[in-house]
Design a protein around this ligand. Structure first.
Ligand code: AMP
Length: 402
């Protein structure tokens, strides 16, 4: 049974074909620079498929439809493709960034569901329209295939009011749904499930703090398998220090910037999303470059690392208070999976709560899920690689099973 997973951005489409029986990736690829002068499609057929090879096509790709047609033609190529025709795809999963309050779980795509995704465009004006482009094209090309929307926000819809409300005039919530939603939900849910499995516990009996540290970063407090608080808010700007995003901020800084720097709101928004975070603090947004610079004595790079890991620690500590009892802390995503220094710094000071990191295990490099705390640690610490595409595919399988 083959699933097609689609992550459609404003000028790109990321995709995978997964054989669900064995959870093997048969093909993975990226169409990029859609609508620009030079488009590019890179598709890798993996060893799990009969014809392992890499294909790169460079040509203008006018729109998402053209991009997806190129992908489908490659996948169904008579000699070297991996499927005979579209009917071999059992189901399609689409990543959708914002489901607002409409979606608590992954949902089969119907015209009504598409309408609701459209209704939530004001909450994610850059992402939802791009996701909808991918959905519309896939609906056209695969009209009879079962298709599912998997929302970044859905996992966090279990947050209680006290965690999701901003202390703003209540009408803003009533009329415009201004509240905290949270993101990276598919990743937090995926690593939570994997962690419960490693602990040998049922997820609905497990309390976790999941720490997703990639280009975007977020922490989630999970009680009995459900998200009860998370650091990203109404948009993916709140909370931790990220690659280029500032995270938590005194909202009065907006007024200060307007009055003292003559900046308008759009310029401020761009600055907070694209020029802040690690990049704003030290000029670099890739953690590997920051470590290199620290080794060469760059004081700003060290300060950026300290600000980011201090913020991580504050959130992890506050979620310990929120949860009371915690089975494990889980690190995931590019930095969380690879960076032992960030992990150690983010847990500094939590020894008093019984968190004991096994320094040797923490220092090891591996692509496998692993425990990095000592046997006597009261709260276990894990590194669990996230796999967004597989997580989406599993969600689709759940919806398909009903
Ligand atoms: P992601 O968004 O999950 O793909 O994570 C991307 C980020 O992970 C990059 O910007 C890097 O800062 C970070 N990263 C990736 N590999 C490493 C590594 N080996 N050590 C430290 N950071 C890494």
């Amino acid at each position: 049974m083959k699933f097609f997973v689609i992550n459609s951005g404003s000028s790109s489409i990321k995709f995978q074909v997964i054989e669900m029986k064995t959870e093997t990736v048969l093909a993975t690829g990226l169409v990029e620079r859609i609508g620009e002068d030079t488009g590019r499609l890179k598709n890798t057929f993996l060893p799990g498929s009969a014809t392992a090879r890499e294909v790169v096509i460079e040509q203008p790709i006018a729109d998402h439809y053209t991009g997806m047609m190129l992908v489908v033609n490659l996948l169904t190529d008579k000699e070297q493709g991996i499927i005979k025709d579209a009917s071999e795809i059992a189901a399609i999963g689409h990543r959708v960034v914002h489901g607002g309050e409409d979606f608590r779980e992954s949902t089969r795509l119907t015209p009504k569901v598409i309408e609701a995704i459209q209704r939530n465009v004001p909450l994610a004006p850059l992402h939802n329209p791009a996701n909808l482009d991918g959905i519309k094209v896939a609906m056209e090309l695969f009209p009879t295939v079962f298709q599912v929307a998997v929302f970044d926000t859905a996992f966090h819809q279990t947050m209680p009011e006290e965690a999701y409300m901003y202390a703003l005039p209540y009408e803003l919530y009533e009329q415009d749904r201004v509240r905290r939603y949270g993101f990276h939900g598919t990743s937090h849910r995926f690593v939570a499930g994997e962690c419960a499995r490693l602990l040998g516990k049922a997820l609905h009996e497990t309390n976790l703090i999941t720490v997703h540290l990639g280009n975007g970063c977020s922490v989630t407090a999970i009680e009995k398998g459900q998200s009860i608080d998370t650091s990203l808010g109404m948009t993916p700007l709140e909370g931790l220090v990220m690659g280029t995003r500032c995270g938590d901020l005194d909202p009065a800084i907006h007024l200060f910037l307007k009055q003292n720097k003559g900046m308008d709101l759009e310029a401020i928004d761009t600055m907070l999303n694209k020029e802040s975070g690690l990049k704003g603090l030290c000029g670099m947004n890739d953690m590997r470059d920051i470590h290199q610079a620290i080794e060469e004595g760059d004081a700003k790079a060290k300060m950026a690392l300290d600000v980011a890991t201090y913020r991580n620690r504050k959130y992890i500590g506050s979620y310990m208070a929120v949860l009371g009892q915690v089975d494990a802390i889980v690190f995931t995503a590019g930095i969380g999976e690879n960076d032992d220094i960030v992990r150690a710094e983010s847990l500094k000071g939590l020894g008093a709560f019984g968190v004991r990191l096994n320094l040797e295990e923490n220092g090891k490099r591996s692509k496998e899920p692993r425990c990095i705390s000592t046997p006597d640690s009261a709260i276990k610490v894990f590194v669990i690689p996230t796999n967004e595409e597989l997580a989406i595919a599993r969600e689709v399988a759940n919806v398909l099973r009903g």
